[in-house]
Ligand binder design. Structure first.
Ligand code: ISL
Length: 569
């Protein structure tokens, strides 16, 4: 197998809690996935990334792990897991596991031991600190530094047993591991080798650019209007991050065949840093998830402070990443995951007229760039954000904590906060996969843990798989094109119509073969000057998203949300 097999591969993310429930308890499970393997085969994907299925108290839906070597009974057993892995492999699909090692659950035995006394041998496996000088533990302002947690409130929790605080960048049930301690790193590498030896094909690494911290843990600047200081400068790409990732590569991946895939989730990573992380010569990671394009619609107040992102913003950012990782390194390409609102509602148009076309146009521009595309469950159906009308409908810890802080502490208007949640909450990605028009979208025979989107009566897999004009059929064609075309997998990327305010256009080229992608990412007709595209006048039509696309050439106009692909050579 070539060491860069993933250049022509497409990854599909499964969030197991919301994919398919086989036993009627309202929560998705491994047997539910087994029941739907043919959906994945039909779509044509090459790799599944499975969000966490390990033992967990589920404070953050499994991103708080209490045993890395156990399957949570909520999801099934090791027999189910082995059957799933075999079923995927039998269909030529690899399995990439989620690796959550910036933190564990506070119920992990490592943390329970660590918390038990000041001199426990595992005390130093986590970040314990006494109260700030001059303060008594528990007093207002006594936290060891001023960092805020990603899930609201301070990043420190006092443990009364020893009178010290522990660091948690996420919930208080997700204490951060201390990667400075070599025993921690050994334990993580052992666990990774154990899973690879069981037959899994790689890892998606949760917030892996946070694992190295500036050990003094200094106070951060407090942005205007915020309650806490910014810790990011002291844990984002910390001092030893490249050393740790290279060590992991040597200890886990270097001795294995080149059939694995590693992708590091890296909020806040820059293109220059991403080039270092993914330079094959450095032996760190195959690719990273960056967040710049999905943060473009965040205002100065962060994710809950929406501002519209223009087509120009979006394509300029994606183009910068294409160019930044053109010669060294590799991009991962995504619109959605379990933390992001649905792309058709965000950068597309989820109204009845344009939902299908805009979902297909966004899929087209993403899948034909240089990089490895990721499809998040339901994206291939054009699933949209959910119109929840009460805070009681939401389940996500980040969402619920933010609502409580914004309404109860900051005194913001509840209706405004709810409107922001509806647009941006992670729960938009977590409603049940829409298999059919049946109650609960065919996801469960019981009561789903989170309500299904009412639009499942017309947006669902049963209707789309059979329909050659569906979003599903379009995604299948895009995936097939990557498999068949070395230009898509490995060609150069050059922007076209770079300053056009509505059209995202680019050329891909490899040897004498070329591909042209033109997509109107707005609901109005887009006219363009064909002078720059002269050589494409007689190019062959390859793919389009509207009924009369095949008849349309490089004509100087694109219909609302029209996306066309042409081939030369
Ligand atoms: O979604 C976010 C909040 O707006 C992101 O900041 C997110 O928390 C960040 O991308 C890290 O995400 C990962 O780690 C979290 C977990 O809650 C997310 O689901 C996971 O993808 C902690 O493990």
């Amino acid at each position: 197998m070539s060491e860069t097999w993933w250049k022509s591969a497409v990854v599909y993310q499964i969030y197991p809690r919301s994919f398919a429930d086989s036993d009627g308890d309202g929560i998705g499970d491994l047997r539910g996935i087994i029941d739907h393997l043919d959906h994945l085969k039909e779509l044509g994907i090459d790799v599944v990334w499975l969000s966490p299925i390990y033992a967990s108290p589920h404070d953050d839906n499994g991103y708080d792990i209490s045993d890395y070597r156990a399957i949570d009974p909520l999801f099934g057993t090791f027999d189910d897991f082995d059957e799933l892995l075999a079923g995927l492999h039998a269909r030529g699909i690899k399995l990439v596991m989620d690796l959550v090692v910036n933190h564990t659950s506070d119920e992990h035995p490592w943390f329970v031991e660590s918390a038990s006394s000041l001199d426990n041998p595992k005390r130093d496996w986590y970040w314990w600190r006494p109260a700030r000088d001059g303060h008594r533990p528990g007093e207002h302002g006594a936290e060891p530094n001023n960092w805020g947690s990603f899930f609201s409130g301070p990043a420190w929790q006092l443990d009364p047993a020893t009178g010290e605080y522990y660091l948690h960048l996420f919930s208080r049930k997700q204490p951060d591991l201390n990667w400075e301690n070599p025993e921690v790193r050994d334990a993580v590498y052992d666990m990774m080798n154990w899973w690879l030896d069981r037959g899994v094909d790689g890892f998606r690494m949760d917030v892996i650019n946070f694992i190295s911290k500036v050990v003094e843990l200094p106070d951060g600047e407090v942005p205007a209007g915020k309650l806490f200081g910014e810790g990011y400068p002291f844990f984002g790409q910390g001092p030893r991050i490249h050393e740790f990732l290279h060590e992991m590569h040597e200890r886990v991946f270097a001795g294995r065949a080149d059939s694995t895939l590693t992708v590091g989730e890296m909020p806040g990573v820059s293109v220059e840093q991403a080039r270092l992380f993914t330079d094959p010569a450095r032996g760190e990671l195959d690719m990273v998830f960056q967040f710049e394009h999905v943060d473009l619609d965040h205002g100065p107040g962060g994710k809950w402070d929406h501002r519209p992102a223009s087509v120009l913003d979006l394509k300029r950012n994606l183009t910068m990443w294409q160019e930044g990782l053109a010669d060294v390194g590799w991009n991962s390409l995504y619109w959605n995951n379990h933390d992001q609102p649905r792309v058709v509602s965000r950068f597309g148009d989820d109204g009845p007229e344009h939902r299908g076309a805009s979902a297909k146009a966004l899929g087209t521009v993403l899948h034909l760039m240089r990089g490895t595309p990721y499809v998040y469950q339901g994206e291939e159906l054009g699933m949209a954000n959910v119109p929840f009308d009460s805070i009681d409908d939401f389940r996500d810890i980040e969402t619920l904590n933010h609502y409580a802080e914004a309404v109860d502490i900051q005194g913001l208007d509840a209706a405004d906060v709810l409107a922001a949640l509806r647009r941006t909450s992670r729960d938009n990605a977590r409603t049940p996969m829409q298999w059919s028009d049946a109650p609960a979208a065919g996801f469960t025979t019981g009561t789903p843990w989170i309500d299904a989107n009412p639009d499942h009566v017309h947006v669902n897999a049963a209707a789309e798989v059979a329909d050659p004009d569906s979003v599903f059929a379009h995604y299948r064609r895009l995936i097939d094109l990557r498999h068949r075309s070395s230009v898509v997998a490995d060609g150069d990327f050059t922007p076209v119509l770079a300053d056009h305010p509505q059209i995202f256009g680019y050329r891909r080229a490899l040897g004498g073969r070329q591909l042209l992608v033109l997509a109107n990412l707005t609901g109005e007709v887009a006219r363009y000057d064909t002078a720059e595209l002269d050589t494409w006048r007689d190019a062959a039509f390859a793919l389009g998203n509207l009924p009369d696309s095949p008849a349309r050439g490089v004509s100087g106009a694109l219909e609302p949300w029209e996306a066309l692909v042409f081939e030369l050579g």
